[in-house]
Design a protein around this ligand. Structure first.
Ligand SMILES: Cc1cc2nc3c(=O)[nH]c(=O)nc-3n(C[C@H](O)[C@H](O)[C@H](O)COP(=O)(O)OP(=O)(O)OC[C@H]3O[C@@H](n4cnc5c(N)ncnc54)[C@H](O)[C@@H]3O)c2cc1C
Length: 439
């Protein structure tokens, strides 16, 4: 990777969510950006296209309500000048209070904007070695094995890892709409979700099928190094069959909870419910909410066809499991996200230990601002400020983190009403961030 001329220059490795956001941030500030991505020449196990900022699984970027942590995060990112959030708004599909996008439209839009940007050069190449140029690594949870090996060489055995899984997508036209009904929980927001209602017998049969289903043995997926590590899941993305094995009622009180989803046709609450969220603007494909899985493909078709309304379901994509890499950031990184033993190299995105689409975009935004603007830590009362601190403060049990209210310090005056408390926390955060940014 070679730099010439007087313009400030930076290499960004990985044109995913964090890398694309960082590239646009630098380019709009007049930096020359060399954006490397190995796709489509070399694909990851989850990406399906050569497009930049491809969203690999659920198309939901979660709630926009300020009374939720993900909604507050988005409001903060808007104040910080996030580029990809604006593009997401232009590609949204109906999803109640959540910001969900047409994944292809979103990735195409980001790719087009980056391709057209005069300050960005896209280089389609797998990077396997790191040099002394100013560089951000944003290669995500599916960082290629060769680059992961180079990172291990630099940081020793401090790289950590976990596994997680993705949910199937089903063709809308293959479902039975005499059984399914549209409704959002407690009728909050518009009724953008389709619901598959289970009777007690249907639920128990479904759980039994999940418990018995054969899953992929881990050696089919991973190289020897990863096989030698302990196999574990990140708690927020546990396969549905693993949850089913935890107890008969686990799903009914979790992803399949029926509260607030009474069937309008009967006026009764089903025993359990699986929700379907539109996968694209055309509305011809649905994502099975909470049904991420590592069951064998044949088993998945059998098990998921037991969902009421799914007798003739046609699956457009089946679920799968993948490695999810991240580094031990508190040990490896300085406060500005540069590596302690290679100060020219910065880490962004999920590889740095954030978890989630918006969090990965935030990470790209913050690293870009830390380098180009020497941005200081945002206030401790903000989600973005606390995620930054979380990544870099000493922590013996470091695990990827997503936006949540638990990150924020308590209000000065105790508030017992939970809803009011969240709304006060959000108000405080946005006010403090505005002051911090001089807005
Ligand atoms: C299968 C899967 C499902 C997920 N589901 C969800 C979900 O439903 N909701 C959610 O909020 N989060 C989910 N995540 C987590 C996370 O939000 C996403 O992975 C997110 O895309 C991470 O953003 P990123 O920019 O760090 O990495 P990515 O968006 O993955 O981008 C990394 C880029 O680096 C490129 N790359 C990798 N190695 C190299 C190399 N050596 N040289 C050049 N380029 C390279 C890749 O091609 C890719 O384009 C999921 C993750 C995975 C893997």
């Amino acid at each position: 990777m070679k730099h010439t001329g007087i313009m400030k220059k930076i290499n960004i490795i990985g044109g995913g969510l964090a890398g694309s956001e960082a590239a646009l941030q630098f380019a709009d500030r007049g930096w020359k950006v060399f954006l490397y991505d190995m796709r489509p020449g070399k694909m990851t196990p989850a990406h399906e296209t050569g497009l930049l900022a491809e969203i690999v699984c659920s198309n939901s970027l979660k709630s926009e309500l300020h009374s939720t942590a993900s909604g507050l995060l988005k409001a903060e990112m808007q104040l910080l000048g996030c580029k990809l959030l604006n593009i997401a708004h232009e590609c949204r599909v109906p999803a109640g209070n959540a910001l969900a996008v047409d994944r292809k439209m979103f990735a195409r839009s980001v790719t087009k904007i980056i391709e057209k940007h005069r300050n960005i050069e896209i280089i389609r190449k797998e990077v396997t070695e790191l040099d002394n140029d100013l560089t951000i690594i944003a290669t995500g949870p599916l960082t290629s094995d060769k680059l992961a090996g180079e990172l291990r060489r630099i940081i020793g055995d401090k790289q950590l890892y976990f596994f997680d899984s993705i949910a199937p997508i089903v063709a809308a036209g293959s479902l039975d709409y005499n059984i399914l009904y549209k409704k959002s929980r407690y009728d909050k927001g518009s009724d953008d979700y389709w619901n598959c209602p289970f009777s007690r017998d249907e639920y128990e049969h479904f759980v039994e099928l999940l418990e018995k289903a054969e899953k992929h043995p881990i050696h089919e997926f991973e190289d020897k190094f990863f096989q030698s590590l302990k196999f574990r899941f990140y708690e927020n993305c546990i396969p549905i069959e693993e949850l089913a094995r935890r107890g008969k009622e686990t799903l009914r009180f979790g992803v399949m909870r029926p509260v607030g989803l009474d069937n309008p046709a009967t006026g009764k609450r089903p025993y359990a419910v699986i929700q379907l969220r539109s996968e694209n603007l055309a509305g011809n494909a649905f994502n099975l909410v909470g049904c991420q899985t590592m069951m064998k493909y044949g088993e998945q078709e059998k098990v998921f066809r037991a969902i009421p309304g799914f007798g003739k379901a046609e699956f457009l994509r089946l679920g799968s499991i993948h490695r999810n890499s991240y580094i031990d950031s508190p040990q490896v990184l300085n406060m500005d996200f540069s590596m302690k033993n290679r100060k020219n190299i910065y880490i962004a995105g999920q590889l740095a230990g954030v978890e989630g689409y918006m969090e990965s975009i935030l990470s790209g935004l913050l690293v870009a601002m830390a380098i180009s603007e020497k941005l200081d830590l945002p206030p401790a009362t903000t989600i973005s400020g606390q995620l930054w601190r979380y990544l870099l403060n000493p922590n013996k049990n470091f695990q990827p983190m997503n936006a949540n209210f638990g990150l924020l310090p308590d209000l000065e005056k105790k508030e017992r009403d939970k809803k009011l408390k969240k709304s006060k926390l959000a108000d405080r955060s946005l006010r403090d961030l505005q002051i911090f940014l001089g807005k």
